[in-house]
Ligand binder design. Structure first.
Ligand SMILES: [Zn+2]
Ligand SMILES: [Zn+2]
Length: 272
């Protein structure tokens, strides 16, 4: 099966390697129908966002590209919004990915959880007295409160807190205690009817051999009649459809009969 859209992508406007133009050329070459740009919002303690002053230039450039590609490739202008972003006018964007990349420790400090295993270890030690599951619970609490208030088009990498669990595990992501925390958060987001992304980004970067979210969460979304889409969280043009075949197989195995693809007219279902 060919999945025709890639709408979680980053460019040189934030922490991506390629320009929007180079990404669009690659998307057309790879046979995609829709390419969406989701530049990171600015977050003070993180260095990967688009500074608020640069957002108008980002939007203008994506809109120019949208016109230039019309008829060949549908281009969408989105943003990946983080809870730490300053108040942002979302009206210029075609869609919003709501993602949390940080936790607030018991010490009040904001810690980034997806930078490096060392960053996460520091968050657990200093922010949670060494209690990794307390850190995971704080992540899910921050994420759920954020997306339930925001109601984004797509909920980004739901279980990002497990990014390093394969290679340098801060906690056991198979444990009943962890799963209970993740499932409780998932159920709250499911109730709101939001669309989850199956995100292959950490596979492309060598941290994981499977996409977000984990299979047990995917199965729970399927059982609840929830909706998923597929994204690559691409930071370079070679990654636009990275791992899509593997992810589609997992989505099918989890029990979904269809997957949703984002277009200029909104989400469209595709049978699996
Ligand atoms: Zn992200
Ligand atoms: Zn991203």
């Amino acid at each position: 099966m060919h999945f025709p859209s890639s709408v979680h992508t980053h460019t040189t406007f934030c922490d991506g390697r390629d320009t929007p133009e180079a990404m669009a050329r690659a998307a057309a070459e790879q046979g995609l129908s829709t390419l969406g740009f989701s530049g990171h919002s600015y977050a003070p303690q993180e260095d990967f966002g688009i500074a608020p002053g640069a957002l108008p230039a980002y939007i203008a450039q994506i809109r120019r590209l949208q016109h230039a590609c019309a008829g060949r490739l549908e281009v969408l202008c989105g943003i990946e919004l983080d809870p730490d972003a300053p108040p942002t006018d979302l009206s210029p964007f075609d869609y919003v990915i709501g993602s949390c990349h940080s936790v607030q420790g018991a010490d009040g400090r904001i810690y980034v959880v997806d930078g490096t295993p060392e960053n996460l270890a520091e968050a657990i030690e200093q922010g949670f007295g060494g209690d990794a599951l307390a850190c995971a619970a704080a992540y899910y609490d921050r994420l759920t409160r954020f997306v339930l208030a925001l109601k984004p088009t797509i909920v980004g990498h739901f279980d990002l807190i497990t990014k390093f669990c394969e290679k340098q595990p801060p906690f056991n992501a198979e444990s009943a205690a962890y799963r209970e925390i993740a499932c409780a958060a998932l159920d709250r987001v499911l109730e709101a009817g939001l669309v989850f992304e199956v995100n292959t980004g950490a596979m492309a970067r060598g941290w994981r051999t499977s996409p977000y979210p984990a299979d047990f969460l995917l199965e729970r979304i399927a059982q609840a009649g929830g909706r998923v889409t597929l994204t690559a969280d691409a930071h370079a043009k070679e990654q636009l459809t990275f791992g899509f075949d593997e992810a589609l197989e997992r989505i099918r195995r989890a029990g979904f009969a269809q997957i949703w693809t984002l277009t200029g007219e909104g989400f469209v279902p595709m049978p699996l």
